[in-house]
Design a protein around this ligand. Structure first.
Ligand SMILES: C[S@@+](CC[C@H](N)C(=O)[O-])C[C@H]1O[C@@H](n2cnc3c(N)ncnc32)[C@H](O)[C@@H]1O
Length: 388
C-alpha cells in the first residue's frame, strides 16, 4: 500500500490518528491500538508515515507534519534551508522562470522552488515517489505538476531552467563516485551546457567541474551538505564559491596569503570554505596568514569574529609526543579534551583514550603539520559562530 491510500477518506483518518498519538519506539503498541478501529494494512501504512513525518522534522521543520514521505525519498531529499537558498538565488537571477526538476524525488527541491515563485515541473521515474511529490505540492498549497518519466527522454525545450539532483544511491548504498549517479554524469554534463543547476555531493573533484560552471559548496550550521553547480544564465562569474547557512555568508575569491608562525589565534575555516579551496579568504577576513601553505588552518594576531571560521586562542605550543601530551593533560587537570587535526595521520578518539583526561578543566588540542613536522597547540575554544 502506498501513500496515495492516505490522502483522503478512511486513509486520511487513520493517518491523522496515527500522527496524533505517535511516539518514537512505541510503534507496535500504536499499530495494535489502531487495528481495533481500522483496517490492518492501512494502519501499518499510516504508522510508518507518522514515523517518517517525525524523522522529517529535522529536514522540513513544521512542513513535515503536512507532508508525505517514502523512506528513500526522505533520505535523499534536500533540507529546506539548503533548498531555499538555491531556489532564492535562482529566482533572483530569473524571476518567475519555469524550472523542470529531473528526478524530483518526493519534491524537497520542488517545494522550495515553488515557494520562491518559480513555475515547477517535476519528472520522476518511480511512480510512487512521483505521487508523493504531487501530494506534497498539494498538501502545502503549491502549484506545479509532477510527471512520471525518465530524465533522459524529457523534452527540455518548454523550460527556462533545468534542475537535477541525481540519485547518489545504488542498491540502498550511498555512492561517492559522481560517475555512478542516476541520471548519469554524462547526462549531467549535457545539462550543464544549458541554463541549469545541479546538486552534487560535496566530494566532487574540482577537475570534474566543466569550465564556465560555478561550483557552490554549501554548509548548514557547519556541516557541508552539497555542491550546487550553476551554468548558463545562472553562472555567477566565478568558478568556486562557499556559502554558509544560516548566515548566508558567501565567498568566492581566494586572495594571496602569507605563510608564517603561529599567532595568538588559530582559525578553523568552515568545511564549505575548505572544500571550495578558499581558505585564504579566511586569512583575508581576519587579517591573518597560513600556518602551512597546504593546511587549512589560518592564524592571526587578533581575534576577529567571522562567520567563515571557528576561532581558538592559543595557550602554548607542545611537542607532538604522546608522553609530553600526557603530562600536559595531567599538569593542567584536563578532563574534557577536544582534539582537532589536519595533515596528520591520527585518530582523535584513540589519542584521547591514550591521554586519559580525568580532571576538571577543558581544553582544545589542535594538531597539525608545518612543513614536515607535526605540532600541537593547546587552545581555548572561543564561542563558535553557532554559539556552541
Ligand atoms: C536524490 S533524489 C531527488 C531528491 C529531491 N531533490 C528532493 O529534494 O526531494 C533523486 C531522484 O531521481 C530519481 N531518478 C534517478 N534516475 C532517474 C532518471 N534517469 N529519470 C528520472 N528520475 C530518476 C530517483 O528515483 C530519485 O527519486
Amino acid at each position: 500500500m502506498t501513500v496515495t491510500a492516505l490522502l483522503d477518506g478512511p486513509g486520511a483518518d487513520v493517518l491523522a490518528a496515527a500522527c496524533a498519538e505517535y511516539k518514537p519506539g512505541r510503534e507496535l503498541q500504536l499499530v495494535e491500538k489502531l487495528r481495533r478501529r481500522y483496517d490492518a494494512t492501512l494502519v501499518t501504512t499510516a504508522v510508518t508515515q507518522a514515523a517518517l513525518r517525525h524523522r522529517a522534522v529535522a529536514k522540513f521543520g513544521a512542513d513535515a507534519s503536512r507532508m508525505f514521505f517514502t523512506p528513500d525519498g526522505l533520505e535523499q531529499a534536500t533540507r529546506t534551508t539548503v533548498g531555499t537558498h538555491r531556489a532564492v538565488r535562482l529566482a533572483a537571477a530569473m524571476p518567475g522562470a519555469s524550472v523542470v526538476d529531473l528526478g524530483c524525488g518526493i519534491g524537497g527541491d520542488l517545494i522550495s522552488a515553488a515557494r520562491a515563485g518559480l513555475r515547477v515541473t517535476g519528472v520522476e521515474r518511480d511512480p510512487e515517489t512521483a505521487a508523493t511529490a504531487r501530494a506534497n505540492l498539494a498538501a502545502l498549497g503549491l502549484a506545479g505538476e509532477v510527471l512520471v518519466g525518465e530524465a533522459e527522454s524529457t523534452d527540455l525545450t518548454p523550460y527556462d531552467v533545468v534542475f537535477a539532483d541525481p540519485a547518489r544511491r545504488a542498491d540502498g548504498r550511498r555512492v561517492f563516485d559522481h560517475n555512478a549517479y542516476s541520471p548519469p554524469w554524462t547526462f549531467v554534463l549535457e545539462l550543464l551546457q544549458r541554463t541549469a543547476c545541479v546538486k552534487v555531493a560535496p566530494g566532487i573533484p574540482h577537475d570534474a567541474i566543466p569550465a564556465g560552471v560555478e561550483a557552490e559548496w554549501i554548509s548548514d550550521s557547519g556541516e557541508v551538505k552539497e555542491a550546487a553547480l550553476w551554468s548558463g544564465q545562472l553562472y555567477g562569474g566565478t568558478p568556486r564559491r562557499a556559502t554558509l547557512l544560516p548566515s548566508e555568508a558567501t565567498v568566492s575569491d581566494a586572495p594571496e596569503a602569507e605563510v608564517g608562525p603561529v599567532g595568538q589565534y588559530i582559525y578553523e575555516p568552515d568545511g564549505a570554505v575548505v572544500r571550495a579551496g578558499l581558505v585564504t579568504a579566511v586569512a583575508a577576513a581576519v587579517d591573518g596568514w597560513l600556518l602551512d601553505p597546504r593546511i587549512a588552518y589560518v592564524t592571526a594576531a587578533e581575534y576577529v569574529a567571522t562567520p567563515l571560521a571557528s576561532a581558538y586562542e592559543v595557550v602554548e605550543e607542545l611537542p607532538y609526543k604522546e608522553k609530553a601530551l600526557r603530562s600536559w593533560v595531567r599538569s593542567q587537570d584536563i578532563g574534557t579534551l577536544e582534539i582537532k587535526k589536519r595533515g596528520v595521520d591520527l585518530d582523535p578518539a584513540q589519542l584521547r583514550k591514550k591521554l586519559a583526561p580525568k580532571g576538571s578543566a577543558s581544553a582544545t588540542l589542535i594538531i597539525t603539520r608545518i612543513g614536515r613536522d607535526a605540532v600541537a597547540y593547546s587552545c581555548h575554544r572561543l564561542v563558535d559562530r553557532y554559539g556552541r
